[in-house]
Design a protein around this ligand. Structure first.
Ligand code: NDP
Length: 433
């Protein structure tokens, strides 16, 4: 707390991991001897920089840029860029820290990093977004590289922003390399990357449900958010036989008891970049409510929070429990507060934590890196099959690690432990660095 004042999200993420690791540290005194814990909570490198740009009215704007290169024990730093007004160092550090364990869980050779800016793409013209992205990349390009650090998208950073940043990187460095993932399909992107986080979340959830004798089939599902993760989670949950009845954005939520019409949502969010309440122009029979947290009061069997951190507090969790929800899996990063997780676990709900459940996005980003290195492209079905395999393995490793350390059914502990072991062993082998 003293070393990281005023960074509550980072402290929350670290506390959860360290609590889970207690039995591991006890069983492995060599980790304590070599200062693994002290080293793993300290980023290898933190970069902050000025991002000046000129808006459409000719006014100079100044944002703050970040890249936290947290841990490179098992591979080049890898993790998304978030553009949102709430971004500050504590948010990027929490996300970068989580990313270390998530990336390890995928089984692929990627270290942990995260970055972003307090820039808000909402309401900006394409021209303004391009100028911002070019300025941001002008500085970031000095610190990243295909074998050093490979950023991707996150909140506020989708195909458009990645395209502008990739163009600027190529122009500055004069090299055509896989330095970013989430690229367009005409310039090195991987099929199924856009879908990967949402699809992966549903593959993980289906596996978790299967182990408990349940499935998406016939289940009522509530999903928060209406961005990249939420849209493709809705698609896959529906394909697997669930009925998704709600989605949201930062203004409010829609409830359609007949099941969400995803084509309408994609038109509103991906094409027109408008608010979710526009859904009523397509489906006037649906309901729209202002405010985000009311969404958790809708009765459902499965809840998939896919918007942002700490969106489910204790009160919302109690509503889900009271309504008979039996599974929660996190598409967003750290969407449940510690009190909410305690509610889920003490009431016997299946709970899939973000590190494990949403790792499909970064896993597919690593597959994009492989394809770029090989100068080759796999088909959609090939990538999707690899993604599914990865998610099934993540579930099994998470479940088994929890059981091995006496925490059967506690997938929070399982994911933290399974993710930690590989990184800790690599750090041990590489000496005190
Ligand atoms: P998008 O920007 O595409 O969508 C974010 C969605 O969440 C939007 O509907 C947005 O609403 C809503 N949202 C964002 N901030 C808030 C807030 N403070 N309060 C309420 N709603 C909010 O981002 P993604 O779908 O890519 O990311 C969603 C979550 O998934 C994040 O936690 C991200 O870290 C995580 N994630 C994403 C991955 C990816 O591959 N994209 C991979 C792994 C995790 P509005 O439009 O009103 O802002």
């Amino acid at each position: 707390t003293k070393r990281n004042p005023a960074e509550p999200e980072f402290l929350q993420a670290v506390k959860e991991v360290l609590e889970s690791l207690e039995p591991v540290i006890e069983a492995h005194p060599e980790f304590a001897e070599k200062g693994i814990v002290e080293r793993i909570v300290e980023p290898e490198r933190v970069i902050t920089f000025r991002v000046p740009w000129v808006d459409d009215s000719g006014k100079v704007q100044v944002n703050r840029g970040f890249r936290v290169q947290f841990n490179s024990a098992i591979g080049p730093y890898k993790g998304g860029l978030r553009f949102h007004p709430s971004v500050y160092l504590g948010i990027i550090k929490f996300l970068g820290f989580e990313q270390i364990f998530k990336n390890s869980l995928t089984g692929l050779p990627i270290g942990g990093g995260k970055g972003g800016s307090d820039f808000d793409p909402k309401g900006k013209s394409d021209n303004e977004v391009m100028h911002f992205c070019q300025s941001f990349m002008t500085e970031l390009s000095k610190h990243i590289g295909a074998d050093t650090d490979v950023p991707a998208g996150d909140i506020g950073v989708g195909g458009r922003e990645i395209g502008f940043m990739y163009g600027q990187y190529k122009r500055l460095r004069n090299e055509y390399t896989g330095v970013l993932t989430g690229k367009g399909l005409t310039y090195g992107g991987s099929l199924a990357r856009t879908e990967a986080t949402g699809y992966g979340l549903c593959y993980f959830t289906e596996e978790m449900l299967k182990d408990a004798g349940k499935s998406f089939k016939g289940a009522t599902v509530v999903i928060s958010g209406s961005g990249n993760v939420a849209i493709y989670a809705t698609k896959k949950a529906t394909e697997l036989g669930g009925k998704v009845v709600a989605l949201s954005d930062s203004n409010g939520y829609i409830y359609d008891k007949n099941g969400i019409d995803l084509d309408a949502v994609k038109q509103i969010k991906e094409v027109e970049r408008k608010r979710i309440k526009e859904y009523l122009t397509y489906h006037p029979e649906a309901e729209y409510h202002e405010g985000c947290s009311g969404i958790w009061g809708i009765p459902c069997d499965i809840a998939l929070p896919c918007a942002t951190q700490n969106e489910i507090d204790e009160e919302s969790a109690k509503k889900l429990v009271a309504n008979g929800c039996y599974a929660v899996a996190e598409g967003a990063n750290m969407p449940s507060t510690p009190e909410a997780i305690a509610q889920f676990q003490s009431n016997g709900l299946l709970f899939g934590p973000a590190k494990a459940a949403n790792a499909g996005g970064v896993a597919t980003s690593a597959l994009e890196m492989s394809q770029n290195s090989m100068r080759y492209s796999w088909t959609f079905d090939e990538v999707d099959a690899k993604l599914k395999d990865i998610m099934v393995n993540i579930y099994k490793n998470t479940r088994d690690a929890a059981e091995k350390y006496g925490k059967k059914g506690d997938f929070v502990a399982g994911a933290n432990i399974a993710g930690f072991m590989k990184v800790a062993e690599a750090m041990m082998a590489q000496g005190i660095v």
